[in-house]
Design a binder for this molecule. Sequence first.
Ligand code: JHZ
Length: 398
Amino acid sequence: MIKKFLDLGMQPLANKFLTKKDLIKKKIENSYYLEVGFDTKTKLVSILHTISSKKMFDGKYPYRASMSKTMLNSFSKLADRINRKFNPKKIMEIGSNDGAFIKNFNKKNVIGVEPCSNMANITKKKGYKTYADYWNIKLAKKIKLNNKNVDLIYSANTLSHIQDLDSVFKSIDIVLPDDGVLIIEDPSLLDCFKKISYDQFYNEHIYVFSLLAISIFIKKYKLEVFDIERLSTHGGSLRYYIKRYKNKKFKVNKNVHDQLKAEVKFGLNKYKTYLKFKSNVKNSKKKLREIFNKIKKNNKTIIGYGSTAKVCTVLAYCKIKSGTLDYFLDTTPNKVGKYMAGSHIYVKKYTKPLTDEADYVFLGAWNFKKEIFKKEKKYIKNGGKFITHIPFPQIINK
Ligand code: JHZ
């Protein structure tokens, strides 16, 4: 039974940036109700009203994983580990985006699957075989036919974006050989709850997974998690190493049991934990609004850093008016010069480390705090102040 626990109000499609022309023409922007529920039986946490993938993941998709050194490092480290541990013949990545992961491999040994044609074109141009399509049974059959030797499937920050998880795993079942390995990684529900990062919920993120839920779900496909890695990326992610039951090559690592224990100890299996999260989120909203209101009352300026999908949830849920922030800085070419969905805050190109652009900088990309603070150490040394809402709204300079 799915029990609702969070109501984040009406939300725009986070990655639908608007042009100046759109604003002049008063283009109608659709908004969608964002509510989140917990399935007491399957332990899956999902948003309750979903939007078709075609509306969200198209040829204008702006997000590029390569824009962050943190992500590039994480993918290159994983590529080394994969080669050392599994020595695969051929790797398939579901959701290859702009190639941040596959570029670590020889073109002959890796293929990508990416429905956003603009992203798929980037990897195609670099010579990587890329299927510009949604991950489904039809595509899986085609891939199996043409790439008999795929023995490792990887997918980062993608499976949480696909509503029909049965179709996802049926398709994986077609391609994965008996001794193959499946590695998936997505934001972790435990981290999300501990950090009160309610902004992990937006229309693209249909699920925020826990090991608890993944383990239950994959049982029907006779799959099991045999190893995990806790990652700091995207605000705290889990990387799941999965194999078929019949594959006896790998033993289930103790860290899998430890993570399950930690999730149960925190209460991810109980609805009351979800109600506590709801109350934490409400308090977070109140406090963030107070901080912004106080700063604006004192006639100080605020800009944003990182026009993330996540920050759209925050701005809409906390009802932060567009005039509160002068603009957002971002490095992503497809976002720069456009306006953010919902709030219509302008996205300005990041060209150099901060000096005295504003009195306060709101950390939209809070998940890259370490990388950003390293880049902006001079600004911080000179007294520059950041605002963050993670794990609770506050002004920080370290
Ligand atoms: P970032 C996207 O979410 C969407 P977002 C998607 N649904 C998902 O699951 C995750 O990614 C994986 C900018 N930036 O990664 C770049 C700077 O400008 O937190 C990005 O626009 N300077 C697929 O959008 C944004 O911040 C910097 O120094 O929430 C980061 O977006 C750095 C480090 C980033 O994902």
